[in-house]
Design a protein around this ligand. Structure first.
Ligand code: ATP
Ligand code: MG
Length: 425
């Protein structure tokens, strides 16, 4: 019978790779806690309507990429393709947006039916930050500072660049959309098929078009900055000033509009030239209309999401993962002779109770002294205990697992003291 394989574009993370994931997750958790953001967790499956109403019907995600199915009750459900809509839904449903501000984060898998390739998968992990109830530039600057802080903590700040744009208020966006539509209608027949379709419902997305002919036509189109109201421009300028003072270099890119319908005001993207075509690492912006659009209160929101696989690829390719994360063992306990198996397990537990942070691997499955010693060296542990005896534990040797192989003989009663002396040196 043929072996069952994982679904294309959905990755297993094997033991060799989990330390990198745990490292990234830990750096992110520490950072988010340093900014006093709180974690929120929401389901992986939601009503399809949530994504149609938030992301927009005429977007790649909703048109082509969602995993949508009917459940046994005939309800249309979808695997979440992103977290912002879910986060707004959850916060609204539980009254977190009522007369208060929130600084939230989430982490978990997202699902999009895209063509799998390096850095682009059908199940991928995002960490996202969403801040609610704050309309000013201070929170916009804070989440950008937070993201830059993350690149610094990970040691990849030098390979990431920030592109930023101002979409104006929702009204500015509508006025601009109309002007753009009027212009593009005059060139309707020359546009690519996707762009023709978007003319009806999502004209701003045409700015993202990959078709050279469409891009040529766009050269003569009305420009978004000309439609932005003075208040919105002033606030964007303030943001740029804060970023400059914070030493965050950025490029203003007026064709950056982002793939989702719900953005207004500032939008941004951190990209790298080290990952080939999959250059976007983190993107986000302001989405003040979203919670109302989903039937909730009128609450300003701003946030971003980053792709964890792409960050790990970056860390691996640049060799910037700390060396020590690949090792998961501090102390290796070799057990020679069946007679001492039980004592070995009990001693290991005693050691764990005395030193709860020490990572203690007890050798199971028998084997000769030499083969166990090889495994002890290969494990990366700094020290091994060798327990030997036919019927009871008569001898405990402690061996330093370096080139010296320095070995001392201990009495069972003194093991814990000697170990804490060694590891706390
Ligand atoms: P792209 O332009 O690469 O398709 P996107 O604009 O669709 O990215 P967002 O929806 O903004 O991406 O998601 C935020 C981040 O999630 C991206 O910057 C990227 O790092 C990551 N991401 C998005 N789609 C995928 C995917 N299919 N596989 C892996 N990571 C992804
Ligand atoms: Mg995409």
């Amino acid at each position: 019978m043929a072996k069952i394989q994982a679904i294309r574009g959905m990755n297993d993370v094997l033991p060799g790779q989990t330390p990198a994931w745990q490292y990234l997750e830990q750096v992110m958790r520490d950072l988010l806690s340093a900014y006093a953001y709180q974690e929120i967790r929401f389901p992986i499956v939601e009503q399809t309507q949530l994504f149609k109403r938030s992301i927009g019907e005429v977007t790649d995600i909703v048109e082509k990429e969602m995993y949508t199915f009917e459940d046994r009750n005939g309800d249309s459900l979808s695997l979440r393709p992103e977290g912002t809509a879910c986060c707004v839904r959850a916060a609204e449903q539980h009254g977190l947006l009522y007369n208060q501000t929130q600084k939230l984060w989430y982490m978990g898998p997202m699902y999009r039916h895209e063509r799998p390739q390096k850095g682009r998968y059908r199940q991928f992990f995002q960490m996202g930050v969403e801040a609610f109830g704050m309309a000013g530039v201070d929170i916009e600057a804070e989440i950008l500072l937070l993201s830059r802080d993350l690149w610094e903590r990970l040691g990849i700040a030098d390979v990431l660049t920030l592109e930023i744009n101002n979409l104006g208020t929702s009204e500015d966006r509508v006025r601009y959309g109309e002007a753009l539509k009027d212009y593009l209608m005059q060139h309707h027949d020359a546009l690519d098929e996707d762009s023709q379709r978007r003319l009806g419902k999502n004209v701003l997305r045409i700015l993202d078009s990959k078709s050279p002919v469409t891009q040529e036509i766009l050269l003569g189109a009305p420009k978004l900055p000309d439609f932005i109201s003075p208040e919105s421009s002033a606030s964007f300028t303030q943001l740029l000033v804060i970023l400059q003072h914070a030493g965050i270099a950025c490029q203003v890119n007026s064709s950056l509009v982002r793939g989702l319908d719900y953005y207004n005001g500032v939008v941004f993207e951190w990209t790298t030239d080290k990952l080939g075509a999959q250059s976007a690492v983190c993107s986000g912006g302001r989405y003040d209309g979203l919670s109302k659009q989903l039937g909730g209160t009128n609450t300003p929101g701003v946030g971003f999401a980053l792709g964890m696989e792409r960050l790990i690829l970056l860390l691996e390719e640049l060799g910037r993962l700390p060396a020590e994360i690949s090792c998961s063992v501090d102390l290796y306990i070799s057990v020679i002779g069946e007679g001492v198996r039980q004592q070995a397990l009990l001693l290991a537990n005693e050691i764990r109770q005395t030193m709860p942070r020490l990572r203690v691997l007890t050798h199971c499955g028998g084997g000769k002294y030499n083969s166990q010693l090889k495994k002890a060296y290969a494990s990366g542990a700094r020290c091994a205990l060798v327990l030997e005896g036919e019927t009871e534990l008569t001898e405990i040797k402690m061996r330093v697992l370096d080139d010296s192989g320095e070995t001392t003989t201990l009495s069972p009663a003194s093991v814990c003291d000697s170990l804490s002396g060694f590891f706390n040196k």
